[in-house]
Ligand binder design. Sequence first.
Ligand code: NAD
Length: 289
Amino acid sequence: MNIAFIGLGNMGGGMAANLVKAGHTVRAFDLAAEALEKARGNGCETFGTVREAVQGVDAVVSMLPNGAIVKSVYSADVIGQASAGALFLDCSTIDVATAREVGEAAKAAGYEMVDAPVSGGIAAANGGTLTFMVGGSDEAFARAQQVLEPMAKAVIHAGALGSGQVAKMCNNMLLAIHMIGTCEALALAEKNGLDMQKFYEISSKSTGYNWSLNDYTPAPGIGAASPADNGYQGGFASALMLKDLRLAMAAAEAAGAKVPLGQHATAIYEAFNEAGNGGKDFGAVFMTL
Ligand code: NAD
C-alpha cells in the first residue's frame, strides 16, 4: 500500500517506521527537518508539503499534537487533495467534536475517515504494540484494520465516528484517577508505619488491584519497574496527561456528565504542571504526597 504519514514526532516516527517494515511505501511529511531526516533513515520517502505527500496514496495516517492542527491540515491539504477513495486515519489524541467535524467534512468530499487514537507510549509506538481505539463505519474500520495492524497489539472498533476519542479520554481520565489514588494509598501506608513494598504485595493481590499499582508502581524502588525507578524520566509526561484530562473535562461539560473525581484529578495535574513538572512521568505526582 501507498501510505502518507503526517506528523513524525515521538509517536509518529516509530509508527511510520513500522509501516515501512511491513512492506508499505510511506510518504512522510513533518514541519520539522529533524523528524524528516529520521524518517528517511527509517526508509520513508519524504516530501516538502502535505499536498505532495498525499498524492496517489491508498491511506493517510496523521499523528499530530492537537485538534486545531488536525483540522487545519485536513481541511487545507488533505481533503480534496488526496487521491479519490483514500482512507484517512487520524491517530492523534484530540477533542471529540473536532474528530467528528473533520470526519464529516471528509465524508462530504467522498472520503472515509476514522479517528484512531492510541493507548501506549513511545516504546509501544516504536515496538508496534499500540492499542488503537477506532471510531468510524464498519466498512471504514475493516479497511483501517489493515493499515493499523503493523503498528498494533490490538485494534478495537469502538463505534461510530468520534467514538475512538471518547474511549481514549475516558480511559485516560480513569488512569489519572487511579494513579493519584495509588500514590495516596502508598504514601498513607508509609506514613502509618507500613512498609510500602509490603503494602504493594498485599494490595496488588487485593481489591486495590489496578494498573498504576500493579504494573507501573509510582514509588521509587517499590513493586513493578516504572519511570519512578529512573527519576520519573521517560514514560507518559504529566503535560500530556493534563492535555487528555482537559479534553475529558471539555467533553464532560458539553455532555452534561458529572465527573467530580475527574475535575479533582485535573486540578492536581494543573498544579503539578504549573510547578514545572510537565516533563516528568505522570506517576511523579507521588512526590507531592
Ligand atoms: P510530538 O510533539 O513529538 O510530535 C508531533 C509532530 O507533529 C512533531 O514532529 C511536529 O513537528 C509535527 N507537526 C506539528 N504540526 C504539524 C503540521 N501542521 N504538519 C505536519 N507536522 C506537524 O508529539 P507525540 O508525542 O508524537 O504525540 C502525537 C499525538 O499522539 C498527540 O496527539 C498526543 O497526545 C498523542 N499521544 C502521545 C503519547 C505519548 O506518550 N507521547 C501517547 C499516546 C498518544
